[in-house]
Design a protein around this ligand. Structure first.
Ligand SMILES: [Zn+2]
Length: 137
C-alpha cells in the first residue's frame, strides 16, 4: 500500500466517505454507519460490537488536543486576567459538543486506519460477491 493510497483513504474518511471506494452515503445517521458501503459493498463494521473502540480513542485524542489548543489561545489572549469561569464551563460545553460533532469522523477515520493495517481481504470480497443485493434502506 503506497503513501498516496493511505492519504487518499484518510482524506475520504475525513470527508465522511467510504475510505475504500470514496462513495458518499455511508452514514445511517450521525451516530451509525450503514452496514455496508452502498457502492463497494464493504462491511463498514468489520468486526464485532467493540470494533469502534478505536474511534472513541480517536475522538477523545482529537477533542483533548483541540481543547488544549483553545485553552492555550484563551490564556494567551486574556493574560494576566484569564476568565477562569468561562474557561471551565465553556470548556465543558466545547468538549461535549465537540465529541458529538467529531464522532462520525472518528468512525470513518478509524475504518481507514483499519483498512491500512488490514486491507480488504479476499474473504470480504467473497462476501459481497455472494450477496450483491443493494441495501433496502
Ligand atoms: Zn465503498
Amino acid at each position: 500500500m503506497t503513501t498516496r493510497v493511505i492519504v487518499a483513504m484518510l482524506w475520504r474518511a475525513s470527508t465522511l466517505r467510504c475510505p475504500h471506494c470514496g462513495s458518499t452515503g455511508i452514514l445511517a445517521d450521525w451516530f451509525h454507519l450503514k452496514e455496508r458501503c452502498p457502492r463497494c459493498r464493504l462491511h463498514l463494521e468489520r468486526e464485532e460490537n467493540d470494533y469502534f473502540l478505536g474511534a472513541y480513542m480517536i475522538a477523545l485524542m482529537f477533542m483533548e488536543g483541540f481543547f488544549a489548543f483553545a485553552f492555550l489561545v484563551v490564556l494567551l489572549i486574556t493574560w494576566p486576567n484569564p476568565p477562569w469561569d468561562l474557561i471551565q464551563w465553556g470548556g465543558a460545553v466545547l468538549l461535549f459538543v465537540g465529541i458529538i460533532a467529531a464522532y462520525p469522523f472518528a468512525k470513518t477515520i478509524w475504518l481507514a486506519i483499519d483498512l491500512v493495517f488490514r486491507p480488504v481481504s479476499s474473504k470480504e470480497l467473497g462476501w459481497y460477491k455472494v450477496d450483491q443485493e443493494p441495501d433496502s434502506r
